[in-house]
Ligand binder design. Structure first.
Ligand SMILES: Nc1ncnc2c1ncn2[C@@H]1O[C@H](COP(=O)(O)OP(=O)(O)OP(=O)(O)O)[C@@H](O)[C@H]1O
Ligand SMILES: O=P(O)(O)OC[C@@H](O)[C@H]1O[C@@H](O)[C@@H](O)[C@@H](O)[C@@H]1O
Length: 503
């Protein structure tokens, strides 16, 4: 089970508040057989109507579907739409004590006529402007009550008036006093920058507009690069900017760190896909509230949104569906012993895509001893993954003389791969591991302290590729040569036969 899969269980019972612009999505789905005679408009028949929670109400429904205890703070009317929305939310398990239904406010309803999986027309009704002072004060009071004990707050701001100054004041006060996480999904994230959100989730167009960059329409790499060039963490005040890229998943942008692209887990050509961003924000907030790191929370959010986007109209993803898609998309782990530099290059690409910090070291490791163990353990602690280059038998012979190595390369690699703090090993036939380093492109190149920088010709390659060289403490009196000498001194003088190369 991956760390993301284990995170799903921790979503249950999280206490989340969603505050923002609730709306009712009303779908009329019918069949279109011909165009009208008076205008090029399709004639729909047999229309079936269905209401869905929309906007902030959809975000709340998504969080509840994933197992959270959710309270929605939003505006609606004391009208039919408000009644329908309240009933939908109650059915989804969302607490609606924070739903302020004003007599002088009409519920925002977005009606979409659909045919053949396509949206024919959408018409909007309801109030989307700033609330009256009285409604704003009521909303702020409901938010204050709801925030008590909240582990996360999701601001779902569609610029329809709910995120008014009174609400911003309550949020600012909460941010000063609470350790809860604030996640913002907003049409204009600059309005919330002073709240210093834990994470914000602009979609590609919102992120490009905010960053003043031209949205790239190329492959995922081009889209990531275009957004990585803008200072989105600075512009949004957010620790993590998780820009969603529709079919290309999402990218995590953090100050001083390389962008982390997380691919979409599914590809669904929806009809003007709606609500995927709500699902994404809800799942991301829950993943963070459950203690996941931003990479795992964003992976979880991509998976949840991929489930929702494959469904017609505004939709949610529940914990069971999420476990299913994560199990199906579990990455196949790379083997501990890698056959070639090409395999090492693939490993490096996969690790960097995961945001992992790669540490590389190399050696003969003929007779493994505690000096090796101590320095390898220290090297592993410098990053997330330790990859060890192992001199081939011919390379060892050139380096240490015809009586070495004692153990064949395959045996030496198996011993190293069995160590818990060694993640991958690969052999090299040259005198230096430069080819492996150029393939892997490690962030850190660690060597035991019996070397100085000048004695490491491969160090230049590491730094040329943007890595750093770290010389670790040498454990005196621990060496293979020493062990062999002691064995020789203790035993009748039998020459140590060189290892038989095992193909
Ligand atoms: N066509 C798709 N295929 C697979 N996943 C998708 C697709 N569209 C969206 N997603 C998933 O949903 C997430 C959010 O989608 P998107 O970037 O479109 O946000 P959005 O524009 O806010 O969505 P919406 O406006 O529908 O709420 C994406 O990060 C991705 O994980
Ligand atoms: O911004 P405008 O288009 O006026 O309103 C939001 C809509 O586009 C839709 O947005 C989606 O994310 C969903 O929240 C969905 O429920 C909502 O109807």
């Amino acid at each position: 089970m991956t760390s993301v899969e284990s995170l799903v269980d921790a979503l249950t019972g999280r206490s989340v508040v969603v505050v923002g612009d609730a709306m009712l999505d009303r779908y009329g789905t019918g069949a279109a057989h011909r165009l009208a005679s008076e205008a090029p408009a399709p004639i729909l028949s047999d229309i079936a109507w269905k209401d869905r929670a929309g906007g902030a109400a959809n975000t709340a429904a998504c969080a509840a579907a994933l197992g959270a205890n959710v309270s929605l703070v939003a505006l609606a009317g004391a009208d039919e739409g408000g009644r329908a929305l309240q009933a939908l939310l109650a059915k989804c398990g969302v607490a609606t004590s924070g739903l302020v239904r004003g007599c002088d406010r009409r519920t925002m309803i977005k009606t979409r006529l659909m045919a053949g999986g396509q949206m024919i027309v959408r018409f909007d009704e309801g109030d989307g402007d700033a609330p009256t002072e009285d409604l704003a004060m009521q909303l702020a009071d409901r938010l204050r009550q709801a925030l008590d004990g909240a582990e996360a707050v999701i601001v779902s701001d569609y610029a329809y008036g709910a995120i008014c100054p009174q609400i911003l004041d309550v949020l600012a006060n909460w941010r000063r006093k609470s350790r809860g996480r604030l996640i913002a999904d907003a049409r204009d994230l600059r309005r919330l920058a002073h709240l210093r959100p834990c994470a914000v989730t602009p979609n590609a167009a919102e992120a490009a507009r905010l960053g003043g960059v031209t949205p790239a329409d190329g492959d995922a790499g081009a889209r990531v690069a275009a957004l990585a060039g803008a200072d989105l963490p600075g512009l949004t005040g957010a620790q993590n900017v998780v820009a969603t890229l529709d079919r290309d998943g999402a990218v995590v942008l953090r100050a001083g760190k390389p962008p982390l692209h997380l691919p979409a887990t599914a590809t669904a050509e929806g009809a003007g896909v709606t609500g995927a961003g709500d699902t994404f924000a809800a799942a991301l907030a829950l993943g963070l509230a459950a203690g996941g790191d931003i990479a795992d929370a964003a992976r979880l959010a991509c998976a949840a949104a991929g489930v929702a986007v494959a469904k017609p109209g505004t939709a949610t993803c529940d914990a069971r569906e999420l476990r299913g898609v994560l199990a199906k998309t579990r990455p196949t782990p790379m083997p501990a012993i890698l056959p070639s530099a090409a395999a090492l290059a693939s490993l490096g690409d996969a690790l960097r895509a995961d945001g992992a910090r790669i540490v590389f070291t190399n050696g003969c490791f003929d007779l493994l001893h505690e000096g090796h163990l101590a320095y390898l353990e220290e090297a592993r602690a410098l990053g997330d993954v330790l990859v060890v280059g192992v001199n081939s038998d011919a390379s060892v012979r050139r380096l240490k003389g015809p009586s070495r190595p004692v153990n064949a390369c395959s045996a030496r690699m198996r011993m190293l791969a069995a160590l818990t703090f060694v993640d991958h090993v690969a052999a090299f036939d040259e005198d230096t591991p430069e080819a492996l380093i150029r393939a892997l492109r490690p962030h850190v190149f660690a060597k035991g302290g019996d070397y100085d920088r000048a004695a490491l010709p491969e160090a230049a390659a590491v730094e040329e590729l943007g890595g750093e060289v770290r010389l670790l403490r040498y454990r005196t009196g621990k060496s293979t040569t020493g062990i062999i000498a002691r064995i020789r001194d203790a035993a009748p003088c039998e020459p140590v036969a060189p290892a038989r190369s095992v193909s």
